[in-house]
Design a protein around this ligand. Structure first.
Ligand code: TGC
Ligand code: FAD
Length: 390
């Protein structure tokens, strides 16, 4: 009874392989066992629960689609999405940690790194021995990362890195940071900065009302000497970090469904049990409208991500298709969280139930990895051919 029931209104499980179902169910069972019991307390205390790092590695959440020769799980894009869905059913902050590690740290090292960099970092990131973060956003450049001022100067044997990044998930405890900085020609380069390098600090950002179980911080670079072998050699320009975002945004499109499912499941159970005016509130049309619309929106989002996963497996998904799914699904999840909270009445505002935490978390999810507005403009650009960003 207590095991999480996922709505599957259109029998989408029939479209998944045995491996997909095994991967998903293992992640689901682990979240139920290891995340659900501790996550509310971690969020209330605003602490990332480090004790779950090994478990995340074991379910394949660190580099699900990175080849096994580098320590990854060697799974397909559908499995990656399903793992993100199950983790975010527990908490968006935990999914953030997995997204950053996989898509924003392991992916660029795998895709743009040298063979030596892959061998040095990927197995340790896959096992959770190393945790990573991704520094793109700056205090004055959020939606417009191309304007960044963090820079590197060639000093012969090494590069000198100066600047600052802000709002960086995992920063306070990360062992390495994949950082994007401009060279003397104004070209964006990716580099691996290691904790302990002189002049590199990672102060934590406090007083968040959202994503409290995820650690967020700044990356400050004060004349940090970066060895030349720490530059990602195989791609540069803004397209390099944006390529990583495609992978992370795809995972978020699935993850948001997990948060929505948990809110729906909680509201449905509560509505069937809560009696007012001598009848379960689930028997009133107004509550049924909320619940019926929730399951409809979840089903539409599932269809979108399933198709996107199939396109990703064939390497045919466009960035604009990913933007549409991220935007739609996160918005859907946030609206469901708001409606579900109302179904629970006063109980909905307490930590006894997960809904309010999901709702607060989703305010970050709708902002990071490209805001709701920016993704709309990406669709607008795609269909008209006219960029409206500037
Ligand atoms: P624009 O001139 O359009 O493009 C520059 C170059 O990039 C290419 N490109 C892409 N490449 C791969 N994937 C994509 N999605 C791409 N979008 C564009 C483009 O073809 C071009 O290449 P080239 O070779 O011609 O130079 O760039 P723009 O400056 O006009 O900006 C476009 C815009 C606004 C869409 C982009 O800047 C954007 O997406 N802004 C949003 C920023 C953002 O999403 N930041 C996220 C930071 S990381 C984060 O939030 C992590 S949260 C972590 C967690 O889960 O906890
Ligand atoms: P701004 O860009 O200042 O936008 C403010 C408002 O203006 C938004 O509503 C936006 O939609 C709107 N706007 C901006 N430009 C336009 C336009 N052209 N047209 C119309 N409207 C526009 N970044 C990282 O690099 N790494 C991380 O790990 C990371 N983790 C994060 C974790 C959390 C908890 C949060 C909240 C953020 C994180 N971010 C991270 C940063 C995130 O990507 C940025 O917050 C996001 O890209 C938006 O930038 P901004 O906050 O500066 O907002």
């Amino acid at each position: 009874q207590d095991l999480f029931q996922a709505p599957d209104y259109y029998n989408l499980d029939d479209l998944l392989t045995e491996e997909h179902l095994l991967v998903r169910d293992a992640a689901r069972e682990w979240v139920k066992r290891e995340v659900s019991p501790i996550i509310e307390n971690a969020a209330q205390k605003a602490e990332f629960p480090k004790q779950i790092i090994n478990g995340l590695a074991e379910i394949g959440a660190f580099g699900p689609y990175i080849p096994e020769q580098y320590g990854g799980a060697g799974l397909d894009q559908m499995s990656y999405g399903l793992i993100m869905q199950e983790i975010e059913r527990g908490d968006s902050g935990v999914r953030s940690t997995a997204s950053v590690q996989s898509s924003l740290v392991m992916y660029p090292i795998y895709k743009y790194g040298s063979e030596e960099q892959r061998k040095k970092y990927l197995p340790k990131l896959a096992s959770g021995e190393f945790m990573g973060c991704f520094g793109l956003t700056e205090p004055d450049y959020g939606s417009n990362p191309g304007g960044m001022v963090t820079n590197i100067k060639d000093k012969g044997d090494y590069f000198l890195l100066n600047g600052a990044k802000m709002w960086i998930s995992n920063a306070p405890f990360a062992d390495i940071a994949v950082v994007w900085a401009k060279n003397e020609e104004g070209r964006i380069k990716g580099l691996i900065v290691e904790r302990g390098m002189e002049g590199f600090t990672t102060p934590e950002t406090h007083n968040k009302w959202s994503l409290r179980a995820s650690a967020t911080g700044e990356l400050i670079f004060d004349n940090v000497k970066i060895p030349k072998e720490n530059i990602l050699p195989n791609k540069d320009g803004l397209g390099a970090p944006l390529g990583c975002l495609d992978s992370a945004r795809y995972g978020i499109a699935w993850g948001a469904i997990g948060a929505a499912m948990d809110c729906y499941d909680t509201a449905l159970r509560y509505a069937k049990e809560r009696v007012q005016f001598d009848k379960p509130i689930a028997g009133y049309q107004l509550q049924q409208k909320k619940l019926a619309e929730m399951v409809t929106e979840i089903t539409k989002a599932q269809l979108l991500t399933w198709r996107l996963g199939a396109l990703r497996n064939e390497e045919k998904a466009t960035s604009a298709q990913i933007s549409m799914a991220k935007r739609n699904n996160v918005d859907m999840a946030l609206k469901i969280a708001r409606e579900a909270r109302q179904v629970l009445g006063a109980m909905g505002i307490t930590g006894e139930y997960s809904i309010m935490r999901h709702m607060m978390n989703l305010e970050s999810v709708i902002t990071y990895e490209g805001t709701h507005d920016i993704h709309l403009l990406i669709t607008g650009f795609d269909i008209t051919g006219i960029p409206a960003f500037k």
